[in-house]
Design a binder for this molecule. Structure first.
Ligand SMILES: O=C(CO)COP(=O)(O)O
Length: 138
């Protein structure tokens, strides 16, 4: 599965602790992240992560491009609901695209935990079909 990990600054410790706790669940999947989030996770785990730009510099949009192509299977985006972000339009656009494409998206760690447990159980197998049969293809 292709999994994107994103956390705003005041949520980064929570993200790192969460990934440490579930590191084995993420092993074997293709991991993507915005710049700083990815670096923080790699510094604390043995996971290899493809890092995009930092969020304010376009990282959310880069991940959004993969969502638009239906290539992202799960997104964990620990947003900071108490602080305005300079790139708020990019954040809104990414969340919207997840709803357009029906991509499983967790915006807090409680939901993230449920989705990762589902991932461990194999509940994401339906996404394999999506990869095989892209929309618009015969
Ligand atoms: O701002 C972000 C998401 O909107 C996250 O970017 P960083 O991971 O580079 O801090």
């Amino acid at each position: 599965m292709n999994i994107a990990l994103i956390a705003h600054d005041r949520k980064k410790d929570e993200m790192v602790n969460f990934i440490i706790a579930y590191e084995s669940a993420f092993t074997g999947h293709k991991l993507y992240a915005t710049g700083t989030t990815g670096q923080r996770i790699m510094d604390s785990t043995s996971l290899v992560i493809h890092r995009f730009m930092s969020g304010p510099l376009g990282g959310d949009q880069q991940i959004g491009a993969l969502v638009a192509q239906n290539e992202m299977d799960l997104i964990i985006f620990l947003r900071d609901p108490l602080m305005a972000q300079p790139h708020e339009p990019d954040i809104t656009a990414l969340l919207r695209l997840c709803d357009v494409m029906g991509i499983p998206l967790a915006t807090n760690v409680a939901t993230a935990e449920l989705l990762v447990r589902a991932l461990q159980r194999g509940d994401f197998a339906w996404r394999e079909l999506v990869h095989k049969y892209k929309p618009g293809e015969a």
